[in-house]
Write a protein that binds this ligand. Structure first.
Ligand SMILES: [Zn+2]
Length: 141
């Protein structure tokens, strides 16, 4: 059976009312997460209630876009259904604001010698079609 490869990766993204502000901000080249007005905590993934104090008094805020590489893996297998350059780096970035998010690490060789945990990184945005941009991170020199 032949695997269908899609060039239009944005078709796979289906924003919900909770995630739509994240995607709209990414399209504007802003990394936004939510912050609680009751306890002050930043959090990610998007949800309508603070995971720390359960308040619904939350808002979207723009992040600095900087953080540290918490951990990473180099993936040598291309994802099913999508054209991709393999190998590539999947990372967990801890933002300056605290939350961690899964992303790709770009602008660096997919080589364990070129990556180290706790290295400083900054967000970059990659347009995947006319509607969506993906936040990815690159090392800060
Ligand atoms: Zn809270």
């Amino acid at each position: 059976m032949q695997t269908k490869v899609s060039e239009n990766r944005g078709q796979a993204l289906k924003p919900t009312p909770e995630t739509r502000p994240f995607w709209e901000a990414a399209k504007r080249r802003e990394l936004q997460i939510q912050q609680c007005h009751e306890c002050g905590a930043h959090y990610f993934y998007p949800r309508p209630m603070c995971p720390y104090c359960l308040s619904r008094n939350v808002a979207w805020v723009t992040c600095s876009g900087r953080g540290r590489l918490h951990t990473f893996v180099i993936n040598y297998r291309p994802p099913r259904h999508y054209a991709s350059d393999s190998p590539y780096v999947i990372g967990i970035v801890e933002l300056e604001e605290g939350p961690r998010l899964m992303t790709n690490i770009v602008g660096v060789a997919p080589d364990p010698k070129a990556l180290r945990c706790d290295m400083p990184v900054e967000v970059v945005f990659e347009d995947i079609d006319e509607n969506f941009a993906l936040p990815k991170f690159r090392p800060i020199p």
